[in-house]
Design a binder for this molecule. Structure first.
Ligand code: IVH
Length: 676
């Protein structure tokens, strides 16, 4: 951007923030959420920092708050209501203390005490008391001049009207925060966007009777002008406020050392969601008034205090595009490409939109301004759309009815179990027909839990795919290493390493192998169960010949969903071919049953009927723990048939015919010495 464009962008931002101020301060009707406002302010500050030619008298860096509205009489604060500088990181905090010590010319051993006060996110007010009587109340206004809102403030129960304590100064401006508790906000949700706006709006009602209806609270934390105050530090002052009948924040603490401040910060940040009032950080104030006095102010903030802000995990950004990603199982996942934005220290440019239903439910469109949330390590997602900022020309996002990769029809399946149509739309192609699905299948094949081929990551899969070196999993074991050696970024040594890692994985367990195939609904656990059931690759492959899929239902943990998925896997000729090709290049180890010498060694069991107080899964694991096996049908391979309530007649009869021992639950448990 050239200088002119930068200036234009900057001036637009100043114009916008002043418009937002108008709505916020004068009309009590904020049109954006607080964090969006903060974001804009931050952008302006960072532009000013970056380009020193940018200046405006209307910039938030030059004014505190906003000019008071015309609805109320104005009055000057005898001592200005200052603002606080912010600390976002631990380094900011360490710097804050360093600067103070430098300023006071103390060495780093000097023990500074701070009053650490959770910063309530409300509206500040200054209450003038004369001879123990509440005399006048002002809003903050622009910090120098506020609005006379005495009548409205008088309706707040937490504000003492008369203070009789003999220590109470002859004259003092008590300052604090007016706010609404979250529980009280529940009833005001319809009218206001958040508790802060509700407090601000209620405080600015033209008629005090209207303010009275709202359960406003007041917490005191500092003072402005004073005459006759006999206290010399902040923490004692807070204590005195309590004696005088004010409410103070119950989480205030006296702390020394930045390490302890940080510890307190994380404890409070964890409690934050359980509090009945919103806090957006912690204010640290040098405790000693004499030191505060020496430190004084810089611009419009004191040198002796700072607000340690909690990291915001939400931000507003613009959707530039909606991309469709295709997964290994053909699922189409929409992803919003957003204008990059810093959320809690991380630059976010993608947000998941989950699936087609989610887009429709929230009516998310390209060109929308949206609120994006990033919480922990999860992929950022969209919370809401700002419909007021939607361009007139915008149109609904149409989810593709054809796969963007292979052009196959996209479908929504009917889920037999939930009896609902899936929220996810899928590519209906036969797996390897679709390039995107193939690539994802290959990535899964080499992944950690599957073949775990050292040095063969997602990037290499994509690179080799582009060069047509791989298309099917078996190609990995037939790579042309001479060709790879000549590629950019490869050399003799790296190719040797790759070859070694691949060859090492030619020996693989059946369970990992089954998992690596990427059959839908067959995760690690199910692959383990299947491998125990089939024992060898041959048995697994024979499934197609024998067509005995329903036998799989006897495996505990395998249900209809998995069986139908295995069935469709084998119905696909390419899959069958991949399986046989892999069989040729790999050595798949048979599954071994536990070799231990438990009391049920060499004994096989089958359960029929309902058991009492014990699940089938538990019986199965008891058998396996004791070296026994379970089988899925009555045959001469079976040693014991365990019968519960209402056993299957046919099973009991064939067991009798084959002279198989039939035992009850109790007898089985006795075998294990676990009789109840
Ligand atoms: S002290 C000079 N203490 O934070 C000291 N402020 O950005 C300035 N706030 O306008 C105020 N809790 O609305 C102070 N314990 C606390 C506070 C607090 C919340 C707000 C207040 C002020 C803003 C400063």
């Amino acid at each position: 951007m050239n200088k002119k464009a930068i200036e234009k962008d900057y001036n637009n931002k100043i114009k916008l923030i002043n418009k937002l101020n108008q709505f916020y301060y004068n009309k009590s009707k904020p049109i954006v959420q607080d964090f969006e406002y903060d974001e804009l302010k931050k952008e302006i500050f960072s532009l000013e920092k970056k380009y020193d030619f940018l200046k405006s008298k209307d910039s938030p860096s030059q004014i505190v708050g906003h000019k008071p509205s015309r609805n109320f009489k104005k009055d000057m604060h005898r001592i200005p209501m200052l603002s606080l500088s912010n600390a976002f990181t631990e380094d900011d905090l360490i710097n804050f203390e360093k600067k103070i010590l430098n300023f006071l010319s103390k060495d780093s051993n000097f023990k500074l005490f701070y009053s650490a006060e959770p910063k309530i996110d409300g509206i500040s007010a200054s209450l003038t008391y004369k001879h123990g009587k509440f005399y006048k109340g002002l809003s903050r206004g622009d910090g120098k001049e506020g609005e006379d809102i005495t009548a409205n403030l008088s309706t707040i129960k937490d504000i003492p009207k008369i203070i009789l304590d003999e220590d109470f100064p002859e004259e003092i401006d008590i300052r604090g925060e007016v706010f609404i508790q979250n529980s009280d906000f529940e009833d005001l949700k319809e009218k206001f966007a958040n508790p802060r706006n509700a407090a601000s709006g209620s405080l600015r009602q033209k008629k005090a009777e209207d303010t009275k209806k709202i359960p406003l609270k007041f917490i005191a934390y500092t003072f402005g002008y004073e005459k006759g105050l006999k206290i010399n530090n902040q923490y004692d002052f807070l204590d005195k406020l309590k004696v005088w009948g004010f409410k103070i924040n119950p989480l205030n603490k006296l702390i020394s050392g930045t390490k302890n401040l940080i510890q307190n910060y994380s404890i409070i940040e964890k409690q934050r969601s359980n509090l009945d009032f919103d806090i957006d950080g912690i204010v640290y104030k040098v405790n000693d008034f004499a030191l505060q006095q020496r430190l004084g102010n810089v611009a419009n903030a004191p040198r002796w205090a700072i607000a340690h802000k909690f990291s915001s995990n939400k931000a507003t950004s613009l959707i530039l595009d909606i991309e469709i990603q295709i997964g290994r199982t053909g699922a189409l996942t929409p992803v919003a490409k957003i204008k990059p934005i810093n959320i809690g220290g991380v630059l976010v440019s993608n947000a998941t939109l989950h699936n087609e239903d989610e887009i429709n439910r929230k009516d998310i469109r390209i060109g929308d301004f949206v609120t994006v949330e990033r919480a922990g390590d999860v992929i950022p997602h969209i919370l809401s759309v700002d419909l007021k900022r939607r361009p007139k020309s915008s149109s609904k996002f149409i989810f593709p009815l054809k796969c963007p990769s292979c052009g196959s029809k996209t479908i929504k399946e009917f889920n037999k179990i939930t009896k609902k149509i899936d929220a996810v739309r899928r590519c209906s192609s036969e797996g390897y027909y679709c390039d995107k699905i193939s690539i994802e299948k290959l990535k899964h094949f080499v992944s950690k839990e599957a073949f775990n081929i050292d040095g063969f990551g997602k990037k290499i899969v994509e690179g080799f795919w582009k060069l047509k070196l791989i298309k099917f999993p078996q190609d990995i074991f037939k790579l042309d290493y001479n060709k790879i050696e000549k590629l950019e970024g490869w050399g003799r040594l790296s190719v040797e390493n790759l070859k070694y890692s691949i060859n090492q994985k030619r020996n693989i367990s059946l369970e990992r192998f089954i998992f690596a195939l990427g059959i839908r609904h067959i995760g690690l656990e199910n692959a383990k169960l299947l491998s125990k059931h089939f024992i060898s690759l041959r048995n697994f492959q024979n499934l197609t010949k024998k067509n005995n899929y329903n036998d799989l239902l006897n495996i505990d943990g395998i249900g209809e969903t998995q069986v139908s998925s295995i069935k469709s896997f084998f119905a696909n000729k390419t899959n069958v071919k991949v399986l046989s090709e892999l069989g040729k290049v790999l050595k798949i180890k048979n599954a071994t049953l536990s070799q231990s010498d438990g009391i049920l060694k060499n004994k096989s069991f089958l359960v029929t009927g309902k058991l009492n107080g014990i699940s089938r899964a538990e019986v199965k694991s008891l058998i396996e723990e004791n070296s026994g096996t379970t089988v899925s049908s009555v045959s001469n391979r079976l040693d014991y048939l365990i019968i519960g309530e209402k056993p299957t007649k046919r099973k009991v009869e064939s067991a009798k015919e084959l002279k198989i021992k039939i035992i009850k639950q109790e007898e089985f448990l006795q075998m294990l010495n676990k009789a109840s």
